[in-house]
Design a protein around this ligand. Structure first.
Ligand SMILES: Cc1ncc(COP(=O)(O)O)c(C=O)c1O
Length: 390
């Protein structure tokens, strides 16, 4: 094992590592707790729990961070996807193309609108939607004639932006738009542009264990398009325009709580440094593990937010058992590809196989990564992985 790896955060020499959780927010809480409590206290004092001034402030900070013209703070990542689809006018008879290998919420955000999710296979190395498979799936839907292809919804799995240039080209050729499921990738970038600017409309999540996590549910929508932004603002407050009584369109209860906005404002201040730490931790893992397992691809023009560090090995289940015994938290994201979920069977064409998604479901394993992981913890994890696969 290389000892050249340095990620800047050390475990004290006397703290022999005996346990490494998959996610750990305690270090961040120690660093930021006092400031977060002070900002929450301000909200308790002014009492504007819904759409208070912190929501406007966090929207401005989020837009500034990622360079998007409009940022709209909403109730969760899943709601962000649904509201973006509502703003795009997606409904019954429309097809929305999603990768077969993602969290179930990607498809769950589509079905309640009466539209059909269409499952597309992914690329083995990037884990993200395969543009050639997307093109073939759209051609098939057009030939069948039952649905109108409307939206492509790539996912930035584990924090790595999808191949937006290629996917955008396919979507444009078929007269479709792209909605980025960037739930895992806020903080990532591609060719010098941040997540939030990579698609005409993007949705992210502030679930507590996401790279930028709130202390509860939360999410945001980013777009350059003022009309879409206005539509989303109406939709998140029951379709109302500002404080008007009339519902201008059908909406939902989709706002980010003011208290969560206050938490995010503090977390945003240190977010760049946390992203760098995650990237250093990922580089350390890759340096130590790339000869024994498939380590995550990182195209040279891409920046991952490293929501998860995910390796691939045919000995995955044996490895997981060993890590469990060594008290190392690991995750199987995702053990079930989308087209195998019971709740989604209605939208799965008979005989559909997605070979790469199915293979990944058997081979992926996510290792601990978070904003405060130490060098000693990474050495402990890699030591156990190397011993298990020896
Ligand atoms: C790819 C993906 N899409 C959507 C979501 C939903 O986000 P939320 O939990 O904030 O609703 C998640 C959350 O884990 C996700 O990973």
């Amino acid at each position: 094992m290389s000892t050249a790896v340095s990620i800047g955060r050390q475990t004290a020499a006397h703290d022999r590592v005996r346990e490494v959780p998959l996610f750990d927010l305690t270090g961040q809480r120690q660093r930021l707790g006092g400031r977060i409590e002070a900002r929450i206290d301000e909200v308790l004092k002014h009492g504007q729990f819904i759409l208070g001034p912190e929501v406007d402030e966090v929207e401005a900070r989020l837009a500034e961070f990622c360079g998007a013209r409009h940022a709209i703070a909403v109730s969760s990542g899943r709601d962000a996807l649904t509201m973006a689809l509502m703003a795009l006018g997606v409904g019954p008879g429309d097809a929305v193309f999603v990768p077969g290998f993602t969290f179930s919420a990607t498809a769950g955000a589509i079905a309640p609108l009466g539209a059909d999710p269409v499952f597309v296979d992914v690329d083995l190395k990037s884990f993200n939607m395969d543009p050639a498979a997307l093109d073939a799936a759209i051609v098939e839907v057009v030939a069948e004639g039952r649905l109108t292809p409307r939206v492509v919804m790539p996912v930035d799995l584990y924090g790595l932006p999808a191949d937006y240039p290629a996917i955008g080209e396919v979507a444009a050729r078929h007269g479709m738009t792209v909605l980025a499921d960037a739930a895992q990738s806020f903080g990532g970038a591609m060719a010098g542009r941040h997540v939030g600017q990579l698609a005409p409309i993007s949705a992210t999540s502030f679930y507590p264990t996401k790279p930028l996590g709130a202390y509860g549910d939360g999410g945001a929508i980013f777009t350059e398009d003022g009309d879409l932004a206005d539509a989303v603002r109406q939709i998140r407050t029951h379709g109302r325009q500002g404080s008007g009584d009339e519902a201008m369109r059908l909406g939902m209860t989709g706002r980010l709580d003011t208290i969560q906005a206050a938490v995010l404002l503090v977390k945003l201040e240190g977010f760049e440094a946390e992203l760098r730490h995650r990237a250093d931790a990922a580089a350390a893992y890759t340096e130590m593990l790339s000869e024994v397992v498939a380590t995550p691809a990182l195209p040279s023009s891409s920046v991952s937010a490293w929501a998860l560090y995910t390796i691939r090995t045919p000995g995955r289940d044996r490895l997981k058992e060993r890590l469990d015994r060594a008290r190392i938290g690991s995750g199987l994201f995702y053990r079930v590809p989308l087209h195998r979920h019971p709740a989604l069977q209605k939208w799965v064409p008979e005989g559909l196989t997605l070979p790469v998604s199915e293979r990944l479901a058997d081979e992926v394993l996510s290792l601990p990564i978070h904003a405060d992981i130490t060098e000693a913890e990474i050495h402990y994890v890699t030591g156990q992985v190397l011993a298990a696969l020896d």
